[in-house]
Write a protein that binds this ligand. Structure first.
Ligand code: PLP
Length: 372
């Protein structure tokens, strides 16, 4: 079965991890420092980077360091992984769900404007599947209205906006290195930001609030969590980062082949292409009702032809947790449609052209057998 994603791990990664395991230093240490310096270089713009044990932890720390808490509202897209909203609840604030564009799956700026209230303190756009959000209007609206922007770039390591690396513009930007992502540290994440004071606070927040006084003694003046990355994970990340650009090019090549070989059909919505895309995922919408099929029948159709498909993601605001805030069907129609019709087609750098062709043949078969 062709999986919808697969991490790329070679002997080089295994050797790097083995070296750390033998070194006697496993927790955060020299490898974390080296990985952070390499990430900062890779992202560019003179940004600083601090790593975390997950993208979720990086987002939480970014919210806390931005002073977001009870009584505050944070605008999030309704279409994302549920971590994007859960982190807002975690700091005691309220997520405000805004609908996304049907093809790009990114926040629709025209729908953001009416969602801004006098309680809005932050907006967290998600660069869905690695396609950069059009950030200029978002930053303009945020600075006009006096709230902060925290970019959820958990899909977007290696993406560019207007030729500059996502994360290089100075504001807090969070990444994930979960095994499904374009590069992995097993679990892991990072926060990029160029504000030195903000990053000093981030460093305290991620490790028990600990700082050092002038004599080098431990000092704790504020709360901090336990969100640091291990040297074992960082060693893996260092090797993966060196390969990321090549992998993202391979993903782009495969995505372009999908565009060339997938059929055009009114019941099939292809993803939006765009400059600076890192092609974390290739997600289509298939209108199962138009084909007279149940979603599970379509999944089985692909599986029978040796193709696994994913579902990224159910609309967050329809989870019972968020219905309690007053959301329901009709609140964010595009996210709801994506949530029921989405299929993540296989995309990972070691896939071959003939793997893409196998998937495209399955899609052609689906529409020629069932399409009207
Ligand atoms: C958009 C988005 N935000 C946040 C996260 C959380 O990242 P992590 O799994 O590293 O905690 C994910 C993970 O898939 C994600 O897709």
């Amino acid at each position: 079965m062709l999986p919808f994603t697969r991490p790329t791990i070679s002997q080089e990664e295994i050797d790097a991890v083995s070296d750390v395991l033998r070194s006697g230093w496993l927790a955060s240490g020299p490898k974390v420092k080296e990985f952070e310096a390499k990430l900062a270089d890779f992202i560019g713009g003179g940004t600083q980077v601090r790593t975390f044990n997950s993208g979720t932890a990086a987002l939480e720390a970014a919210l806390i360091a931005s002073g977001i808490g009870p009584g505050d509202e944070v605008i999030v897209p309704a279409m994302s992984f549920v971590a994007s909203a859960n982190v807002v609840l975690r700091v005691g604030a309220t997520p405000v769900f805004v609908d996304v564009d049907l093809r790009s799956r990114n926040l629709d700026i025209e729908k953001v404007k009416p969602a801004v209230t006098d309680k809005t303190r932050a907006i967290m756009p998600v660069h869905f599947s690695g396609l950069p959000v059009d950030m200029d209007p978002i930053y303009k609206l945020a600075s006009d209205s006096g709230y902060v922007v925290i970019e959820d770039a958990c899909h977007a390591i290696g993406s560019n906006y207007k030729g500059n690396g996502i994360g290089s513009a100075g504001n807090p930007v969070c990444f994930s290195f979960h095994p499904n992502k374009n590069m992995t540290t097993i679990e892991g994440g990072a926060l990029a930001c160029s504000d030195k004071n903000f990053m000093a606070q981030i460093e305290r927040l991620r490790f028990h609030g600990i700082e050092r006084d002038a004599q080098g003694e431990i000092l704790v003046s504020e709360w901090g969590g336990k969100m640091n990355l291990s040297d074992v994970s960082a060693a893996l990340g260092i090797v993966q980062l060196d390969k990321l650009e090549g992998w993202n090019q391979a993903r782009t090549h495969l995505a372009q082949r999908y565009f060339r070989h997938l059929p055009d059909h009114p019941a099939l919505i292809k993803p939006q292409d765009g400059d600076g895309h890192s092609w974390h995922m290739f997600c289509v919408c298939i209108d199962s009702a138009a084909l007279g099929m149940e979603r599970q029948e379509i999944v089985a159709y692909f599986n029978d032809r040796g193709v696994a498909v994913g579902a990224h993601y159910p609309a967050m605001h329809l989870f019972p947790l968020y219905r309690k805030l007053g959301y329901g069907p009709g609140s964010c129609p595009n996210a709801e449609r994506i949530g029921t019709q989405t299929f993540t087609l296989p995309l990972f750098p070691t896939m071959t052209d003939s793997d893409v062709d196998l998937v495209c043949e399955a899609v052609h078969g689906l529409f020629s057998e069932r399409g009207q």
